[in-house]
Write a protein that binds this ligand. Structure first.
Ligand SMILES: [Zn+2]
Length: 485
């Protein structure tokens, strides 16, 4: 990749009540096209239908020149995604997302003639449980923002449960368009600062700018009253918000045009990227990896320690679940006296339904035949792509990491001395990637659309489960590094 800083512009397109927001979306899409900039427009199925019912094929055509994302079926209607999923168990929540959102996704795909490859959650409805559906629909990028995301690796892109996920801070004032033209200088200062920071060593050169077409023409955010505080206003009383003066809107558009020119001609080399560009640059390379014998033994040593995070093997990163799957397969081969040979990395699904982590109380050692049974069961699951939340062995529930750690210890002993002891220690285990889940106190459940006091500890817990399948895209940010020659 070049040293340019990449600016991603995202316009969440969702206001179904304000007819003038259709014109705003058209004007913005055309302005960007005139500037030769492709932006990302996540749009709701409800907005697509609103545009069609108002005869706005012109808006759909102009938007279609940019990258179209899926921004949920109905956005602010209650129950919203988080409200519905929080009340369910993990696997129920995964299924519920698919049931409530699939038709809307297909509607957006049908109208634009192409399936969206990016998803942006509506407002505070960040849910890891969306990802299995997104993957099955062919979505490559979950494009969020740090305010609403539950998982953060210092604003860097990551692979989360098999998808490219990005939730960086937003580098324009909030709300942006509704404060133009008067905030023009502040907006320019803010993006310049972000570009400067991102052009420094150690950064990836990614700048996140997020806004909404409707902000251009409205004085108050469109959904605050009709869907505020957890209540859907009756159909007849869903009124659009007050509008800005036409002259002010024209000046705001000109100000955005000036901003685009200034950002481009500011000295630093700038590329404008869509979310699809991001997903292409930071795709998951683990499926191409063959883990060689030497790295397999190094993985056994790592897993035997019981503290597991993401693992870089050369320049390719593995999630803890993927690293565990390779270690388990290696330990099984050693236990069976088979020669090691290069291994591919089976992708792992998130163990949604139970806390799979480091809280299980377990014995300090395990009888070897019991361990062998648990290892076989774990190997079968991970080879099939499903890390189990826990394993039952010798009458106790064990964390898969404890089983993998003990099996790795036994395998290392056998590699060294040709035999293994009858009793194998069960080490204390810890899933290191969980530290990237924000504490509950740092999460924003105060989206004005949620009922007052709404909280979603279940969603947060499932974000922790998803950390089994979390890794940074950059090898130098992995928790552990193994070489492979
Ligand atoms: Zn939205």
């Amino acid at each position: 990749m070049s040293d340019a800083v990449r600016v991603l512009l995202r316009f969440d397109t969702e206001d179904i009540l304000t007819a003038q927001s259709d014109d705003a979306a058209l004007a913005l899409a055309q302005l960007l096209t005139r500037h030769g900039v492709r932006a990302t427009f996540p749009i709701t199925a409800a907005k697509v239908d609103a545009l069609l019912s108002r005869g706005r094929q012109d808006v759909l055509t102009a938007l279609g020149r940019h990258q179209i994302g899926f921004h949920s079926t109905s956005h602010s209607f209650h129950p919203t995604i988080s409200e519905e999923l929080e009340a369910l168990s993990g696997l129920e929540a995964v299924a519920a997302f698919s049931v409530r959102e699939e038709a809307g996704f297909n509607r957006v795909a049908e109208v634009f003639g192409e399936a969206p490859t990016v998803y942006t959650q509506p407002g505070g409805n960040w849910t890891a449980e969306a990802i299995p559906s997104l993957l099955s629909w062919g979505v490559r990028c979950f494009y969020s923002e740090s305010w609403n995301g539950y998982i953060d690796i210092d604003g860097r892109p990551m692979i989360l449960a098999g998808i490219c996920h990005w939730a960086a801070p937003v580098s324009v004032p909030k709300p942006w368009l509704s404060r133009l033209p008067e905030m023009h200088d502040d907006a320019l200062k803010m993006v310049r600062q972000a570009i400067l920071e991102q052009s420094r060593g150690g950064r990836l050169g990614l700048v996140n700018a997020v806004t909404h077409p409707t902000e251009l023409v409205t004085k108050r955010f469109w959904d605050a009253k009709p869907f505020g505080g957890g209540v859907n206003a009756g159909r007849g009383s869903r009124k659009p918000p007050p509008l800005r003066d036409r002259l002010v809107v024209a000046k705001a558009l000109q100000s955005l045009s000036d901003w685009l020119t200034a950002v481009r001609t500011d000295g630093a080399e700038i590329d404008f990227w869509t979310a699809d560009d991001l997903a292409s640059a930071f795709s998951d390379r683990a499926p191409e990896l063959k883990v060689k014998e030497e790295a397999q033994v190094a993985l056994l040593r790592l897993v035997a320690g019981g503290q597991l995070g993401s693992v870089a093997i050369g320049t390719v990163t593995l999630t803890p679940a993927e690293a565990l799957a390779v270690a388990v397969k290696t330990a099984l081969a050693v236990d069976r006296g088979q020669a090691l040979s290069p291994l591919s990395v089976p992708r792992q699904a998130v163990p949604w339904d139970e806390d799979a982590g480091d809280v299980l109380r377990q014995a300090s050692r395990i009888d070897r035949p019991v361990l062998q049974d648990a290892l076989s069961a774990l190997a079968r699951s991970t080879q099939a792509g499903q890390l189990p939340a826990r394993l039952w062995a010798g009458g106790q529930a064990l964390s898969p990491l404890a089983v993998a750690a003990a099996a790795s210890l036994a395998a290392l002993e056998r590699l060294q001395s040709g035999q293994a002891a009858q009793w194998v220690p069960l080490p204390e285990v810890k899933l290191l990637t969980r530290r990237f889940v924000k504490p509950a106190s740092a999460l924003h459940w105060d989206w004005p659309i949620f009922a007052p006091g709404f909280k979603a500890p279940g969603l947060r817990q499932r974000a922790e489960a998803a950390c089994w399948c979390l890794k940074p895209v950059e090898a130098e940010f992995a928790d552990h590094a193994l070489s492979q020659h």
